[in-house]
Design a protein around this ligand. Structure first.
Ligand SMILES: [Zn+2]
Length: 427
């Protein structure tokens, strides 16, 4: 493709990909300017704090809304309905502002919770609590992300693959966030981000080297960013989104074998859970759902509230070796009669979520010695022996690390874990 043709192609792709992208414009939406160079300036809105009674920010020559301050100052922000009150710490100034409030500094960095954030912070009032959003250029955001989501000490090609996946995931969320006041959370819900505190030169170099490269899906004339999921360690084979979340996601048609993560420090795990812990987690999880899982009888609540877990076994398996469903048996005591047994099948992905994905690390597991009776009347416990860490969808981070060390290029790593996506350089 010639230079001009390439530029035109990039502009067209850019328009298709971003449309009226929130966060791309500075604050209020403005007419979209379909220039690929401008896409590189697209800003992402990262929610860095939620439901806090008060936010304290610090910086030089702050601009708070339309008010400007001289020299260094520290401000406390308190939220109530659509109003925000700002009080200068150690000073006398008070500002009454409408939500959201934008805080910027010519110095480039703002301090919040002891960490530096680039460009702009916004305070949103939600009820009587505050949310803090960092509005920052996507490429700068990625530089901060490298050492929180992975590590700049990894092989350069592995980092490049990671950066492209992270950029793609962020772009996908930016397109989805229409009507919301933020695009991504700074937690494991999206991508872990601590501002620019962990930026280093290797991280910056990787982001710059892959500038504008995004994984796309869909027809060539109308590509969209892939929802580029990734996870720590797949355990030997990646997984399809529909098997984890119950619905397919565009661009994920194939799960792939991964012979690369065997040396991950989180390759294997063992967890022993008491019957009561399983019961409490299922009760809490199922109650939080809109409707009970498929196959649960009408008396499931009684079973979980007053029953005792008497059996737990693997029901269905996925073709890739993960557990699809666990079968749990509950014994409900009955006055003057034999206890009633109730069977509750639980999809393994939901079981993992309900127990806690940090503890119950994957759905690739076997049962250890089951139904062990604990000493001292502690009831019974069940042991799980698993492989891998994370949901298993998309790129396996430790697998990507090993591929990089073995000489695979970033594009080959991405092709392996996202075989149905096409990388495009958009800016
Ligand atoms: Zn793997």
């Amino acid at each position: 493709m010639g230079r001009i043709a390439l530029r035109v192609f990039r502009q067209i792709t850019a328009v298709l990909l971003l449309g009226a992208l929130p966060g791309f414009s500075h604050a209020a939406p403005r007419p979209f300017e379909p220039r690929a160079e401008l896409l590189g300036e697209a800003r992402i809105r990262v929610r860095i704090a939620e439901a806090i009674p008060m936010a304290t920010l610090r910086g030089f020559d702050l601009r708070i809304g339309t008010h400007t301050q001289d020299a260094a100052s520290e401000w406390e922000f308190r939220c109530q309905d659509d109003r925000i009150r700002a009080l200068q710490v150690g000073g006398t100034r008070t500002l009454e502002l409408a939500s959201p409030v934008t805080i910027e500094t010519p110095a480039g960095f703002l301090q919040f919770r002891g960490r530096p954030y680039r460009e702009e912070l916004r305070i949103h009032s939600v009820g009587s609590l505050c949310e803090v959003i960092n509005v920052v250029r996507l490429e700068k955001y990625l530089k901060g992300l490298v050492n929180t989501e992975f590590s700049s000490r990894w092989n350069e090609e592995a980092i490049a693959a990671q950066v492209i996946a992270a950029r793609t995931y962020a772009m996908y969320q930016m397109r989805q966030a229409m009507g919301s006041h933020f695009d991504v959370d700074a937690t494991v819900r999206d991508q872990v981000y601590d501002g620019s505190i962990k930026e280093d030169s290797r991280a910056s170099r990787s982001v710059e080297k892959t500038r504008g490269v995004v994984l796309t899906v869909g027809p060539a004339q109308a590509p969209v960013p892939l929802k580029a999921f990734y996870h720590s360690t797949c355990g030997g084979r990646t997984e399809l989104p529909e098997r984890v979340w119950g619905a397919p996601v565009a661009g994920f048609r194939r799960a792939v074998p991964c012979p690369y993560c065997a040396h991950s420090p989180v390759m294997s795990w063992t967890l022993e859970l008491k019957g009561e812990v399983i019961r409490d987690s299922l009760l809490k999880g199922a109650r939080a759902e809109e409707k009970a899982p498929t196959g649960w009888p009408g008396d499931w609540l009684t079973a979980l509230k007053s029953g005792r877990l008497t059996g737990l076994r693997i029901g269905k398996m996925e073709s890739g070796g993960r557990v699809a469903e666990l079968l749990t048996s509950w014994s409900i005591p009955r006055k003057g009669g034999a206890p009633k047994t109730v069977e509750l099948p639980v999809p393994a992905a939901r079981f993992r979520d309900w127990i806690g994905p940090g503890r119950f690390r994957s759905t690739s597991f076997q049962l250890g010695p089951s139904g062990r009776t604990l000493a001292g009347g502690g009831g019974r416990s069940w042991q799980f022996r698993g492989r891998g860490n994370g949901h298993g969808v998309g790129m396996c981070q430790y697998g990507a690390k090993t591929m990089g060390e073995r000489g695979h290029k970033a594009m080959a790593i991405l092709k392996h874990y996202y075989p149905d996506a096409i990388p495009r350089k958009l800016w």
